[in-house]
Design a binder for this molecule. Structure first.
Ligand SMILES: *Cc1c(COP(=O)(O)O)cnc(C)c1O
Length: 385
């Protein structure tokens, strides 16, 4: 049976060259990068190279990169760190209704600690209005956190505009760029970004490693009290193989970025066309143009996402849904809710996220299988009534 993985927004396979680059760092170059001897210095060289590669990719200085365990840790460090470091100056945070749980959940925690959080709404395409950001600012606003691209519907936010507003008011500006680092061009200077979260496993690197960009002078405190690693901002012995792998992954991503964007955009458009033409009462969610090149999110009226997911899996297709109780969500998608979809449209939603290995034949296979699967689910749902 044909196997088609269309869940790259959840995670990507590590590139073979990434794995090769990592291997020596498990058992040959095993020193602690903090050690002053040759073993340590060799390991430190690997870390330095990765730091340079990561910094270059987003237009940062090497000393502004802090290695972490991934997107969730980076987001937690920013939200809690900015709140703690700023609590004598203010108690207000601005974010959006469509952030990843790794931002929303720390916000809920902070609200319980006495902070106030404004959750900006989005329009029906998932776009944040920069003017709404401006209007939400008040004395005591410590941080503005707006994701670069949404992981469910792919909508890309006007970061440079929002960043300019934050800068004008001297408020820290954070972006969860986990879906865009290594996929889209990013320039922390042009976009006025002070803090940026990224995760290696979303750009063909290993799982459990990521980074946080911290603009020099930004006050966010320490995220892990312990040793002197990462200028004492995050104690804990470096995940040397992981960091080296992430560095390699970002080098590969940067090199192939232009071609990949073009290739994925074409395949994505082919898939969208195929679905909308092949399935009655199907609708594209998210922004038509300002969206991730690899993201397709669709809703089928009177269908049922989980059932659809199971049928597609039986046909060798892996994707995800925003309906209730999927693996990553506790309830129906808060993102699809925020763009104003009805219960029916949320229940019948499907996210297909393409990747480097996706081919035209894969897309055509999905376009062939999907209409049948939706018909089957609709018949079943109809029978239940
Ligand atoms: C995957 C993801 C995260 C979490 O990253 P981890 O490295 O898996 O912790 C955070 N934000 C967004 C937008 C994501 O897509």
């Amino acid at each position: 049976m044909r196997k088609v993985y269309l869940d790259h927004a959840a995670t990507t396979p590590a590139h073979p060259e990434v794995v090769q680059a990592m291997l020596p760092y498990f058992s040959e170059i095993y020193g602690n990068p903090l050690s002053a001897h040759d073993w340590g210095k060799e390991a430190a060289k690997g870390i330095d190279r990765a730091r340079k590669a990561v910094a270059r990719c987003i237009g940062a200085q090497t000393q502004e990169i802090v290695f972490t365990s991934g997107g969730t840790e980076s987001n937690n460090a920013v939200l809690k760190g900015a709140a703690m470091a700023g609590r004598t100056r203010g108690n207000h945070i601005i974010t959006t209704a469509i952030e990843h749980r790794a931002v929303l959940s720390p916000c809920t925690f902070l609200e319980r600690q006495g902070f106030f959080v404004t959750y900006l709404p989005v329009d029906s395409s998932g776009m944040v209005d920069p003017d709404a950001v401006r209007r939400a600012i008040r004395p005591g606003t410590l941080l503005i956190s707006v994701m670069h691209a949404n992981n469910e519907i792919g909508t890309i936010q006007p970061l440079a505009e929002i960043g300019a507003i934050a800068r004008e008011h001297a408020i820290l500006f954070h972006t969860d760029a986990v879906q865009t680092v290594g996929h889209l061009p990013i320039d922390v200077e042009a976009m006025h970004i002070d803090l940026l979260s990224a995760s290696a496993h979303k750009f063909y690197g290993p799982k459990g490693v990521g980074f946080l960009y911290v603009r020099s002078g930004s006050k966010i405190g320490r995220f892990m009290h312990g040793g002197s690693q990462e200028k004492s901002r995050r104690g804990s012995t470096h995940n040397v193989p992981g960091i080296v792998g992430m560095g390699k992954a970002i080098e590969i991503a940067e090199q192939g970025m232009r071609d990949e964007i073009a290739q994925l955009t074409e395949l994505r458009n082919r898939l969208v066309r195929g679905i909308l033409e092949g399935v009655k009462k199907s609708f594209l969610n998210g922004h038509p143009d300002a969206r991730l090149p690899n993201n397709v999110n669709v809703s089928f009226r009177k269908a049922q996402g989980e059932m659809l997911l199971r049928l597609l899996n039986e046909e060798g297709i892996g994707c995800s849904t925003g309906s209730a109780c999927n693996s990553s969500n506790v309830g129906p998608s808060h993102v699809l809710d925020a763009i104003g979809l009805s219960h029916d449209m949320i229940a019948g939603s499907l996210r297909l996220s393409l990747g480097r290995q996706t081919t035209e034949a894969d897309i055509d296979y999905v376009v062939e299988v999907l209409p049948r699967a939706v018909r089957k689910v609709r018949t079943f749902v109809e029978d239940l009534r």
